[in-house]
Design a binder for this molecule. Sequence first.
Ligand SMILES: [Fe+2]
Ligand SMILES: [Fe+2]
Length: 287
Amino acid sequence: MTVIAHKLKVRNVHFNFDKVEKHWILGSAVATHFINSMHIVFPEGEKFFIRSVRRFSKQVKSDELRTEINSFCGQEGVHSREHQRFWEVMEEQGLKPNLMADFLKLTAFSGKYSYENVLRNSLNKLQPQLGDKMALSVTTALEHYTAILANALFLEPMATNKNIAPQMLELLHWHAAEEIEHKAVCFDVLKEVDDSYILRISGMAHASLLLWGYLFAGQMYFIYQDKDKSIIRMPIELAVLMKTIVFGEIGRNLSKHLLLYFKKDFHPNDINDRHFLENFFKDKAYA
Ligand SMILES: [Fe+2]
Ligand SMILES: [Fe+2]
């Protein structure tokens, strides 16, 4: 496989979230709150990615990869900030995002007995750096998830301004484009630090549990907080979401691309989808 070097660019974009309706995807509380959950999970998750990869920056031999780590951290920092800026809108909508964010921080990341700290500290005691390598492997797996979610979003025919508030769709597409742009950085660092297949796959097991567990917990939490949801409409909204996500184009693309991660010789650039980001950025002033 030929690996083409592309320089990553940190785009310091500020989105305008004025006039975003409470149910900004298809007028559906169920669909909206699944993505609202991402507004909470992504910022803390991205801070975790930055911590995990920075820990190995000095160990990386190639200057080019070290530069990419810096740009990766820059891009994730802007993603984290822009998703977090939307919390203000969610607060005005009565969704109490800070409570969910505190729960996520305490149990998944910064709390003394959080998933991250318990896993890292216990493995580091077992073997020096093993916990840090596992955190990097979890990050690499989550980066695979964000890259394949990005790919699925660009392929999804329902992802249009008609179905999704335009400013929110642009936020999602911008984030998706940069996820595709930097999808190989953590993978290349992990490969250089420790090329163990078991380590890579164990990271995927933890990543899957964390990602889907907290995304669904967040969705349930926001549905609970939402005083304007229609209980009668919710089963229909759930059926539409299942049809679109689980059994539709997104579900098919996600499962196909997820399985590739288990190939022993997999590399993120095996999925050829750079054209999505080139297409997206071609008419953007901030590109
Ligand atoms: Fe990101
Ligand atoms: Fe990322």
